[in-house]
Design a protein around this ligand. Structure first.
Ligand code: ST9
Ligand code: ZN
Ligand code: ZN
Length: 333
């Protein structure tokens, strides 16, 4: 009986928060969904992506080798590009547009969209569509980076083959009206390719070369290529490592885990058991700014009046959920 009361409280919070987000519920796990029976469709390799991703990673190795020859300003610039691009993903396409976990004013949405093109992880609309099916149909054929298919597939492999038809079938049923209504998002989608050429590759290269006479080779291979590759891998680790390694204090029945190391590289996005349990929480974690630059950034934006309406799950609901479905690890941590 006690348990039932707690369940009710959880559900209440889901629905209340959904209302708060304009009835957005398509990032909440669908427990009723069952994968289709029968043999799986064969893998269809996309050789263009396999070649480009291989070249990118070779280029990143060259970037690593060049680090000792780079000027200190160039390395600082590469780190700045990394941080800004990462915020375009974490605070932008992830916490704002995929989960509607806070509200952002037009100037902030423009900044996050520019940052998002520096990160070059598909346009915001496509990112949101893939990410909502990832949450709603986690670890099934309809999840684009289904972690039950192994570390390699959930890390990078999913970008090297055609999608499972169920991803597309289920994705087409999602409500994406909120992102379609965002003019900034639709503008980025329309001009996505030129925006990436300019912001992910040209801008990071030209600045060190023009302003402090860095060699053009170093300017290209460190702030553009190496920085981009590290950003991709830090993001992919959320899909691979944070779906495999770590505790499950909030829900032991799901795969996503708490992984502080991933959080460190992904600006706060490695508290993944929490995040899949409470996807609407703007902090993606129970612990505020700990390993979580993105939360500090969103809080700063609120302070400056550029953001508002942060959704946060109450301590009571979190505790009740830990007791009901957690693995008990919160007691030792
Ligand atoms: C990249 C994305 O790396 C990384 C996302 C990671 C997500 C992380 C989540 C974790 C959260 C925390 C964030 C941490 C951040 C930390 C930052 C720290 C730095 N629903 O895709 P296509 C339909 S990108 C509905 O071509 P194929 C649709 O009609 C890297 N419909 O499918 C679509 O047409 P359109 C750079 C869907 O042919 C049509 O199908 N980018 C859905 O199977 C065709 O879609 C690349 O490398 C859906 N979900 O090809 C590009 N999906 O779009 C890689 C599809 O016109 N991608 N449809 O509406 C590709 O080349 C292809 O997508 C493919 C599949 C080959 C992988
Ligand atoms: Zn998410
Ligand atoms: Zn996940």
């Amino acid at each position: 009986r006690n348990g039932d009361a707690v369940v009710e409280k959880d559900l209440l919070s889901h629905e209340d928060l959904a209302k708060d987000r304009g009835d957005m519920i398509d990032d909440i796990f669908d427990e009723t969904y069952r994968e289709k029976e029968g043999p799986k469709p064969p893998l269809r390799y996309v050789w263009r992506n396999i070649i480009l991703m291989s070249l990118l990673h070779l280029g990143a190795i060259l970037g690593l080798v060049l680090i000792p020859s780079a000027k200190i300003q160039t390395l600082a610039w590469a780190i700045l590009c990394f941080l800004v691009s990462a915020l375009g993903i974490t605070a932008g396409s992830h916490r704002l547009w995929s989960h509607r976990s806070y509200k952002a004013t037009l100037p902030l949405r423009i900044f996050l969209t520019i940052a998002n093109s520096i990160a070059f992880q598909n346009d915001i609309y496509e990112w949101v569509r893939d990410h909502r099916v990832h949450h709603k149909f986690s670890e099934t054929d309809a999840d684009p980076h289904n972690a039950t298919r192994g570390f390699f597939f959930s890390h990078i492999g999913w970008l090297l083959v055609r999608k499972h038809p169920d991803v597309i079938e289920k994705g087409q049923k999602l409500d994406l009206s909120d992102v379609k209504a965002d003019k900034v998002v639709m503008f980025q989608r329309r001009y996505y390719k030129p925006s990436v050429v300019l912001l992910c590759f040209t801008l990071p290269t030209v600045v060190p070369w023009y302003f402090w006479d860095e060699s053009i080779v170093i300017s290209f291979f460190i702030p553009a290529i190496l920085r981009y590759t590290i950003g991709l891998n830090a993001t992919w680790l959320v899909n691979s490592a944070a779906h495999m390694f770590g505790n499950r204090p909030y829900d032991q029945n799901i795969n996503p885990r708490e992984n502080p190391l991933v959080s460190l590289g992904a600006l706060g996005e490695g508290f993944h058991n929490y995040h899949h349990t409470f996807p609407y929480d703007y902090s993606t974690s129970e612990f505020g700014w700990r390993f979580n630059i993105t939360t500090a950034f969103i809080d700063l934006m609120c302070l400056l009046g550029l953001a508002s309406d942060r959704k946060k799950v109450s301590k009571e609901v979190i505790m009740a959920r830990k007791m009901r479905t957690g693995d008990g690890s919160h007691k030792s941590g």
